[in-house]
Ligand binder design. Structure first.
Ligand code: HEC
Length: 158
């Protein structure tokens, strides 16, 4: 008798629960999915079609690593692993993977990186650029990236 009462009580509570409240979490879920979509593809700084922007505080970051022979040697090694397949062994932009890539710079040109600060180059290497340049992300330590900045600058010859 008591058990009967309890279960009928449960049933009546269920039906009394307004149905609209069930729709709400479902709606919220879809809103969430829609909002989450664009950020999944790429960080906003790299969003296709929008202009590439480097935060001023990043651009102004001073290079803590002196462009010594040691720094160039370390930068060269990493460049060989992570960059040469696109930017070319000597930085001329003719790496194996670069044939169809747009905006490929030629680092051997004196003015290729002339307008860039070291901080900007650091930011580009860490975060990637445009459609084809992938980010180093967390693969490299700050010091490694500064070494690559120094190395890439040392490639300018003509
Ligand atoms: C998969 C090919 C690819 C790899 C790997 C790659 N890059 Fe790039 N990189 C590009 C392309 C393409 C651009 C031009 C991007 C644009 O401006 O749209 C670029 C641009 C740059 C620029 C910017 C020049 C400027 O002033 O805008 C620098 C500096 C650079 N790369 C350095 C590196 C370094 C250092 C590495 C290795 C850690 C690297 N890249 C790895 C393809 C690549």
């Amino acid at each position: 008798m008591l058990r009967n009462l309890a279960s009928s009580n449960r049933v009546s509570k269920k039906t009394a629960f307004p149905r609209t409240w069930l729709i709400l979490p479902i709606l919220l879920f879809f809103v969430f999915v829609l909002l989450a979509q664009p950020s999944k593809e790429q960080p906003p700084a790299n969003a296709k079609g929008s202009e590439y922007k480097i935060p001023p505080e990043d651009a102004a970051k001073p290079n803590p690593v002196k462009p010594s022979a040691e720094s160039h040697a370390k930068g060269k090694k990493l460049y060989g692993y992570d960059c040469a397949m696109c930017h070319g062994k000597d930085g001329d932009g003719k790496g194996d993977m670069a044939a169809d890539m747009k905006n490929m710079p030629d680092f051997t040109h004196l003015d290729a990186l002339k307008g860039r600060t070291d901080g900007e180059l650091f930011y580009i290497i860490r975060n990637g650029k445009g459609e084809d340049m992938p980010p180093e992300g967390d693969r490299a330590k700050d010091e490694d990236i500064w070494n690559m900045v120094n190395y890439v600058r040392s490639l300018a010859k003509k």
